[in-house]
Design a protein around this ligand. Structure first.
Ligand code: XIL
Length: 462
């Protein structure tokens, strides 16, 4: 059956124009479920929509609803603008990255670039517009049956949000970078600005300016933010180690996690709580935290994170754990244990790779399925593919095609596994990569133009 069954609605900062029939007002404010034919799926209509009524959103107004679906559904809105020509509806599903819909002055149906798997989903629609007088009208949200039958050439296998690491300095000083970012990606990860050495360079001296600016930028532009990374041995400031002798390291950890997560609560919904804890042999790396708190530091960090923002999704993020090796085994064990305690929601696989040294599609897919089996989400969080600038034997063009294959394989593996919920690359374009421009490791080239790799990723995940 294709019905949308349970519907509850909470609406904030929303003008419904006084059209809600009194009988509905208490239970369903704004949208109500209405049956369509079984083949077409289901529709939410604005209360009284049969009489031509609509939800009316002011700039920054938000409408929320919860729906339950019994199979994959494609989502579309019927909407129009009033009082201005430019404005966007930002649709976010289950707190994920916002998908932008740009209505015009006439009523029209707009596809939301998202596919709902079966289950219960929270949908939030926010209206962003430059003019105070502007209104967005929405009178229907349609959920069409989807999935299964579409041939590969007709579109992506499954839409998965595409994200990138971002550097605030580049964003501020390079207009082309900023444009390419907005055009290509729907999610950002601060490349360094949320690491501890940046946020708390000295004890109690907080340096939030850059992270605040990135989060505000993301909000203005309807981009999701991955918080990266609360506890990371490598970018922990030196003062932390001194807590061993003269302080309370657990308290230091707790204060850091609480202060950062609470500041961004509701705006940063996914956090890498611990980053790169394991060595290549599957043992814990030695760092300031493990020295002071022992191997329990990882779980402790997750406990503090859960307590700091119970609504955030908590991730463990790891490098070189995509293929069947000892680090993968250790990561799986850790995640299984944390999941049993209710402390983790997902795993990030970084996917820093190189031509000739990258997981195959099958290897990655089997790792993604392992996490699916445990019952957590899994994201590709930092992908790049170095082409090997010293290897002169093969032409650059042919290496760029090989690189596109590596990206295609990874994106296809992600598309094939429902638990894979986001695909992030480690930089907007080659010129900004931490690996150096000569490695050309990303989806856009030095001039911010699309590479074969971008086409390959788009074919797989939209
Ligand atoms: C890197 C940044 O890209 C560099 O700018 C910085 O100098 C070092 O860190 N794994 C991670 C990321 O989780 O935080 C790292 O980012 C790359 C490897």
């Amino acid at each position: 059956m294709g019905w949308l069954t349970g519907v509850a609605v909470g609406v904030a900062a929303l003008s419904i124009g006084g059209v809600v029939p009194a009988a509905h007002a208490a239970a369903l404010r704004g949208l109500e479920a209405e049956r369509m034919s079984a083949s077409k799926g289901s529709v939410l209509r604005a209360a009284g929509a049969s009489g031509g009524r609509a939800l009316k959103l002011r700039p920054r107004g938000v409408a929320r609803t919860v729906v339950r679906t019994h199979g994959p559904r494609a989502v579309a809105l019927r909407a129009r603008l009033r009082g201005c020509r430019r404005g966007s509806l930002l649709v976010s599903i289950d707190g994920g990255p916002a998908r932008r819909v740009r209505p015009g002055l006439r009523w029209a149906r707009h596809r939301v670039r998202a596919l709902l798997p079966a289950g219960r989903h929270r949908i939030a629609i926010r209206f962003a517009a430059p003019r105070h007088r502007c209104r967005a009208h929405v009178d229907r949200i349609r959920f069409r049956r989807a999935g299964g039958s579409a041939p590969a050439s007709a579109g992506p296998l499954r839409r998965v949000p595409l994200g990138t690491a971002v550097d605030l300095h580049d964003l501020r000083h390079d207009a082309a970078y900023e444009q390419a970012l907005r055009k290509t990606y729907v999610s950002i990860t601060p490349e360094n600005e949320m690491k501890m050495d940046w946020l708390q360079p000295a004890e109690g001296r907080w340096n939030f300016a850059a992270a605040d600016a990135l989060v505000a930028y993301a909000q203005r532009n309807g981009l999701a933010v991955r918080g990266h990374a609360l506890i990371f041995g490598e970018q922990t400031p030196p003062w932390v180690s001194r807590k061993w002798l003269f302080g309370d390291p657990a308290r230091t950890m707790r204060t850091h996690i609480r202060t950062v997560m609470r500041r961004y609560a509701g705006r940063v919904r996914v956090w890498d709580v611990v980053n790169e804890a394991f060595d290549d042999y599957g043992g814990l790396k030695t760092n300031a935290w493990s020295r002071m708190l022992g191997p329990g530091y990882v779980e402790l960090a997750f406990r503090y994170a859960r307590e700091a923002d119970p609504t955030a999704k908590l991730f463990y993020n790891e490098i070189n754990a995509e293929t069947d090796n000892r680090k993968r085994a250790a990561t799986l064990r850790l995640v299984e244990r944390l999941k049993a305690k209710g402390l983790i929601d997902g795993v990030g696989l970084q996917m820093h790779t190189a031509l000739g040294w990258a997981p195959t599609r099958e290897q990655l897919e089997s790792t993604l399925r392992e996490y699916e089996r445990i019952g957590v989400e899994v994201e590709i969080t930092e992908m790049d593919v170095m082409i090997g600038h010293l290897d002169a034997a093969e032409s650059i063009d042919s290496r760029l095609l090989g690189q596109a294959d590596v990206y295609r394989d990874a994106a296809t593996a992600c598309a094939a596994v429902a638990a894979c919920t986001r695909f992030t690359v480690w930089g907007v374009a080659d010129a900004y990569s931490w690996k150096g421009i000569e490695e050309r490791p990303l989806l856009l080239d030095g001039a911010l133009q699309p590479k074969p790799a971008l086409t390959a990723v788009r074919q797989a995940i939209g």
